[in-house]
Write a protein that binds this ligand. Sequence first.
Ligand SMILES: Nc1ncnc2c1ncn2[C@@H]1O[C@H](COP(=O)(O)OP(=O)(O)OP(=O)(O)O)[C@@H](O)[C@H]1O
Length: 311
Amino acid sequence: MYVIKTRKLTKFFGKRNIVYHLNLKVPEGAVYGFLGPNGAGKTTTIKMLTAALRPTYGDIEIFGLKMPEKRVKIMKNVGYMPEYPIAYENMTIFEFLIYIGRLSGLKKEEAREKAKDLMQYVGVGRLALNKIKELSSGQKQRVSFAAALIGNPSLLILDEPTANLDPLGRIELIGRILELSRKEGKTIFVSSHIVSEIEKMCNYVGLINQGRLIAQGKISELTKIEEDEYDILTSHNPDIIEFLKERPYIREVWEEDGIIRVKVELKFLDEFFLQFPKYLAKEGIRLKLFRPHTSPLERILMEKFNIEVSS
Ligand SMILES: Nc1ncnc2c1ncn2[C@@H]1O[C@H](COP(=O)(O)OP(=O)(O)OP(=O)(O)O)[C@@H](O)[C@H]1O
């Protein structure tokens, strides 16, 4: 069953076509990355999914119910984190979360307890009595994440949730998202323009460019292409370079910023994988790093679709 399903979802602003004929399919339990460069139409799509914006035409079904007709019923079970969070600038974090908890149907005491737990969970516990307007944009984003969770929704729609977070905050949030998916089985729809983030947290991806969905599906299936460039770091880089230069299965080898880069002859890829470790073991050389030079998803985007997104 698809938790989110759209058919020909389209939005014009005046004569400008911002989103065109989107057929999104988000399976139950997926962590679905909505990936595309700046201005691709992600936020516009998300606003239509949450009924903040009316489509020019096209259909949206969430939990099998029609949006916007069944908006109230649908949104009871959706946690939405907008791109620019929180309008209630004069409330304290605690008041704000209780308020959102009450809106999502919790009793007063329940809302207080949940608000307390969630403030700890997202790391703003010590700021509980600070007003929203006194917070940094990263702190606001954390509060907004807590607000999305307070009604215990089965679907989370998160619009660039890591945008204002520092590097540690980003890793933490990715961890939370994985946890909510694995432990609680939530379906999560999350937009980003950063490939590596999508790769870390998502198992499905929808690629949007200039308002069009150009590919969609399981990441593991979309990225089934063979790599030919690898990054290698060993305890004896100069010896390794000499060794690899002589191998027929290596097309090129060079060093960049202390890391060895090889281009492998694709038809001999298996030989590379068999012989290289054998050589390392024989010579007692330690392998510190071995990875495809570009991530599979990044490569698909660049080679198949000619799209540059941040890595
Ligand atoms: N209310 C509006 N009126 C006119 N144009 C709009 C409006 N809202 C968005 N746009 C335009 O629609 C395009 C897509 O914007 P959108 O915010 O959906 O992109 P996005 O993929 O979320 O980008 P980002 O990653 O930068 O947030 C942009 O060119 C934007 O200028």
